[in-house]
Design a protein around this ligand. Structure first.
Ligand code: SG7
Ligand code: ZN
Length: 258
């Protein structure tokens, strides 16, 4: 895989097609989900989350184009119409400018302020590179955020760490946190969308089973704005870290029964 290219602006999505020919593929992500064109699929049953409750002390890193937390304990997801179980590898976020539109996927043209991606790979793989050579090797669980009037206390470990990683390549340890506390309660995760797509950054590999959950995660405006305080590798404000929506090219988007 080619590494993320850091032309100006550093996130430069318009340059990605030139950065890697795979970014011109026919099954790219993100997409706009047109809900009236989605197809209800009985196989999209509830997910089974294993060990999402585990509290861990992760390291959060400003990698120059996003913030990312690696997951070194074993947490897996299965069910949800996935072909097998997948283990969590890392999570990261995409956001806008000071709480403005910033999600990668859009629903009926609506762009949410932020989007969380928990990246998983099939449980029997040991590295992402191998998983990316399998057309269903990676499963990303995507969650939208919505602006709320109240601060979300469950996000304090993440938000508080941001001030220590403003510059690219900065990293700091998180206060104890669990994956479960960062996503909506399990009973609110039965409504979701499913389609086959790609990584949203170069090399744009078409190896991703995408899930977008309907239920958003609330954050206050102040919490959302904290992400815009970060800096890209080139020193500019780390804002609008999303790739624009890509053509569906005839793909069907499915929805669960939830
Ligand atoms: C960010 O998004 C990073 C990448 C991630 C990519 O550039 O978080 O992570 C690593 C390990 O480089 O790529 C393979 C992978 O997870 C694309 O992820 S995304 O499609 O979920 N946005
Ligand atoms: Zn992402």
């Amino acid at each position: 895989q080619s590494q993320f290219s850091c032309d100006h602006p550093c996130n430069g999505p318009e340059k990605w097609n030139h950065a890697n020919s795979k970014c011109e593929g026919k099954q790219q992500s993100p997409i706009n989900i047109v809900t009236r064109k989605t197809l209800k699929d009985e196989r999209l049953t509830p997910f089974k989350f294993d060990n999402y409750q585990q509290i861990f002390r992760g390291t959060i890193k400003n990698n120059g184009h996003s913030v990312q937390v690696g997951i070194s304990h074993l947490s897996t997801v299965s069910g949800g119409g996935l072909p097998t179980s997948y283990k969590a590898v890392q999570f990261h976020l995409h956001w806008g400018n000071n709480g403005g539109p910033g999600s990668e996927h859009t629903i009926d043209g609506e762009q949410y302020p932020m989007e969380l991606h928990i990246v998983h790979m099939k449980h029997h793989y040991t590295d992402l590179t191998t998983a990316l050579s399998d057309p269903e090797g990676v499963a990303v669980l995507g969650f939208f955020y919505e602006q709320s009037n109240r601060a979300n206390r469950k996000y304090e470990p993440i938000i508080n760490a941001l001030r220590s990683i403003k510059n690219a390549n900065g990293n700091t340890s998180l206060l104890p946190v669990s994956l479960a506390q960062l996503i909506p309660a399990e009973q609110n995760l039965t409504s979701y969308y499913r389609y086959k797509g790609s990584l949203t950054t170069p090399g744009c590999t078409e190896a991703v089973v995408w899930t977008l959950f309907e239920s958003p995660i609330p954050l206050s405006m102040e919490q959302l704005r904290a992400f815009s305080e970060l800096k890209f590798q080139d020193g500019n404000s780390m804002i609008e870290t999303y790739r624009p929506v890509q053509p569906l090219n005839g793909r069907q988007v499915f929805r669960s029964d939830g």
